[in-house]
Design a protein around this ligand. Structure first.
Ligand code: CDP
Length: 675
């Protein structure tokens, strides 16, 4: 038996995996599915998470010879972790090397080759490809996977692909969803046929608490320990909200169970969140290790995950699910132009998906850490799709570039008018759209950067400030996870190490210092370790930087630096920062509080900042609403730059009356007098 893709003999593992694959529910529907796809341009497929949609359907399509020479199958995923892990799995199943016949493309990482025939890519990346290839001509079949997650990019693709299908009768589209609420999709695609894959889930018993828990984290950890003590073997999946919380819980669980000593069996705890290294993500799919000695108790696998394990990834072997009922969500408030990360109650539909994770292998149990009455009365039925709750500036720029102007009829759920207005407004201030809402030359270039519009603008104009090299490094550092490591047992040492990189003018320049030091130390891992720097973040930044350099080169944007010894070196960088982020400025009031410009929201400098003073004006990279409304990654800027660099934004005639306005008025007067 020879592999038709590589011409090589199949490995033993191929056959082992094939046997397992054949037991997946979608296999029973293989021929029916292919018939549907043959007869229709669009097919909607619904099946429980774990039924084999993401891994098998694209392979069925490949085997059925829908492809012509040089054409490909694309399968979108809602996030990078899903794209990487499913493609790796499928490469294994097809007995090929990842990056060759089967590849993946995620932001800043292209693991594909001219040989690739099946490409897993994030929905955002498919949209970016559409910018250069509007009819997506390289694909013969496009699969929108996990459409129920309703990410912003998937919703945009729904609107966009309708047009592409009209213009390309030869293109086939498959929409896959894990939930049954697909009438909307069917209505959108003119009654496309729906195919249901019957699940093979085992029953899951649901338990509720009598009263609400005061501290869900503590309750979740307690429940893990209880299960481990009193429940039969079976892996545990705990849903928490964010990376830090997940890591923290992993440590506590390990400690508490270790403290129980020999009276309990061994455990292996895995954290799971989107920025985890690919190698560690892969580990989660491995079964729990064998017991230490032959007749010892089995090792229990405990996965502590963010929402990502809800439907994005399928982990086999889970028997117990612990669901505290919360998830972390980005929510944009157009009224105050601020995006915040909020820990909010999940929907009934999410709770349902979470509980199902317990029944894939055998009868399972789901412990909801809230009372049944809360489930019935307080949880909303569905989660809001991202398009209704995120900032749309980047999306509007992408749509403009794709030639879509009708924002109301292009979406399954049209976004709030106020959010659209805000997006159009900021793009106009940045110069990406003219006053009639048309894309400018600058906007065209900005749309090519896979970044938010402020950052793209800063990069495009950075050469004018003679510091594009430095702005590239800062942008790269802002695009990767936090580079500072702060272990609980060495907080002081970590803070001291960080202070060495600190720049008095702020965090953006501190990040630049870290990047420079990393390069000067030849990217040495032990240097990173000694300085409490996360090498993976720096490596990723280096990669991002290289990709951004390529985009700069495509548009002949000059790479340049000011003389490091010149007093203007940092001044120029800060000016370039402001030219992108002039809409994100806060002013220190006499009351000692910062107020954001125009929206007058009280904000606080995030404790991670490295300033040794409270500057009168700061630009900030992001707003984070946790215990307080924080601004994170801040840099000091002189007030008169605001009126030099962004006079159109700081036009006082449309400014609310406030202390900052009075200061700006004075600054305008002083500048005029100087002239
Ligand atoms: O897409 P759907 O949720 O229907 O299922 P799938 O992702 O195709 O997963 C089918 C099976 O493939 C799972 O039950 C796992 O056994 C396996 N799988 C895996 O081992 N590793 C992955 N990264 C993805 C799937």
């Amino acid at each position: 038996m020879f592999n038709r893709w590589t011409g090589w003999k199949y490995s033993q593992r191929y056959f082992e995996m094939l046997d397992k694959r054949k037991t997946l529910p979608v296999w029973k529907k293989k021929f029916q599915f292919l018939q549907y796809l043959h007869d229709n341009q669009t097919v909607i497929l619904v099946g429980e998470t774990g039924s084999g949609k993401s891994t098998q359907i694209p392979q069925f399509v490949l085997e059925a010879d829908f492809l012509e020479k040089h054409s490909m199958v694309a399968c979108t995923q809602p996030n990078r972790v899903a794209a990487m892990s499913v493609s790796r799995r499928v490469a294994e199943e097809m007995d090929v090397t990842i990056g060759e016949e089967v590849g993946y493309i995620i932001q800043f990482e292209d693991c594909s080759s001219p040989k690739t025939i099946l490409k897993y890519l994030t929905d955002c990346m498919l949209l970016r490809e559409a910018m250069a290839d509007p009819l997506l001509e390289r694909y013969k079949v496009i699969i929108l996977d996990k459409a129920h997650e309703r990410t912003l990019a998937t919703d945009v693709l729904f609107g966009y692909l309708i047009e592409v299908l009209r213009n390309r009768p030869d293109l086939k589209l498959v929409i896959m969803s894990a939930t049954l609420e697909v009438e909307k999709f069917q209505g959108w695609f003119n009654g496309a046929p729906l195919m249901k894959v019957p699940g093979r889930l085992h029953p899951v018993e649901i338990f509720y608490t009598v009263d609400p828990e005061r501290d869900y984290l503590e309750a979740a950890i307690r429940t893990v320990v209880q299960i481990h003590l009193y429940q039969p073997p079976g892996d545990i999946l705990v849903f928490l909200t964010g990376e830090e919380e997940v890591e923290n819980a992993c440590r506590k669980i390990t400690k508490e169970i270790c403290n129980l000593g020999d009276q309990v069996g061994p455990i292996k705890v895995f954290p799971l969140y989107s920025t985890l290294s690919p190698a560690m993500q892969q580990e989660i799919f491995q079964p729990a290790p064998a017991p230490l000695n032959e007749d010892g108790p089995p090792v229990r696998k405990i996965v502590v995950s963010t929402n990502i394990a809800e439907t994005s990834l399928t982990i086999d072997g889970i028997v117990y699910v612990i669901d505290p009922g919360f998830s972390e969500q980005y929510v944009y408030n157009p009224r105050i132009r601020a995006e915040s990360v909020l820990v909010s109650p999940i929907s009934k539909s999410s709770a349902h998906q979470r509980s199902r994770c317990a029944g894939r292998t055998q009868t399972g149990k789901c412990f909801r850490l809230y009372p049944e009455r809360s489930f019935n009365n307080d949880l909303q039925p569905q989660s809001y799709p991202e398009i209704l709750r995120l900032n749309l500036a980047t999306t509007v720029l992408t749509l403009k570039k794709l030639g879509i102007d009708d924002f109301v009829h292009s979406f399954l759920d049209p976004p709030a008018p106020e959010t659209l207005m805000r997006a159009l407004e900021v793009l106009n201030y940045l110069g990406a759209l003219d006053d009639d809402g048309n894309l400018t030359k600058l906007g065209e270039i900005m749309s090519e950067f896979p970044l938010d519009p402020q950052m793209s603008k800063m990069l495009v104009v950075s050469a004018e400030f003679n510091c594009s090299n430095e702005i590239l490094s800062i942008s790269a550092m802002l695009s990767v996870p936090n580079c500072f490591v702060r272990p609980r047992e060495a907080k002081t040492a970590a803070d001291e190490a960080k202070a060495h990189f600190g720049h008095i003018d702020g965090d953006h320049l501190t990040l630049l210092n870290v990047y420079h030091a990393y390069k000067q130390n030849n990217e040495d891992p032990s240097w990173c370790f000694d300085n409490f720097i996360n090498q993976r973040a720096l490596k990723a930044a280096d990669n991002v930087r290289q990709q951004l350099v390529r985009i700069m080169a495509r548009f002949n944007l000059k790479l340049c630096s000011s003389d490091f010894n010149s007093p203007d070196y940092y001044v120029n960088i800060r000016k370039a920062l402001l030219s992108g982020y002039f809409t994100q400025v806060a002013h220190l009031e006499r009351t000692g509080h910062y107020l954001t410009m125009k929206d007058n929201q009280v904000v606080h400098l995030h404790p991670s900042n490295c300033l040794d003073h409270k500057p009168e004006w700061v630009i900030y990279n992001e707003n984070v609403l946790t215990s307080k409304n924080f601004i994170r990654t801040v840099t000091d800027i002189p007030g008169d730059w605001l009126i030099d660099i962004a006079p159109h934004y700081y036009d006082l005639s449309n400014f609310p009356s406030c202390e900052a306005k009075r200061v700006l008025k004075r600054l305008y007067r002083d500048t005029k007098n100087r002239k």
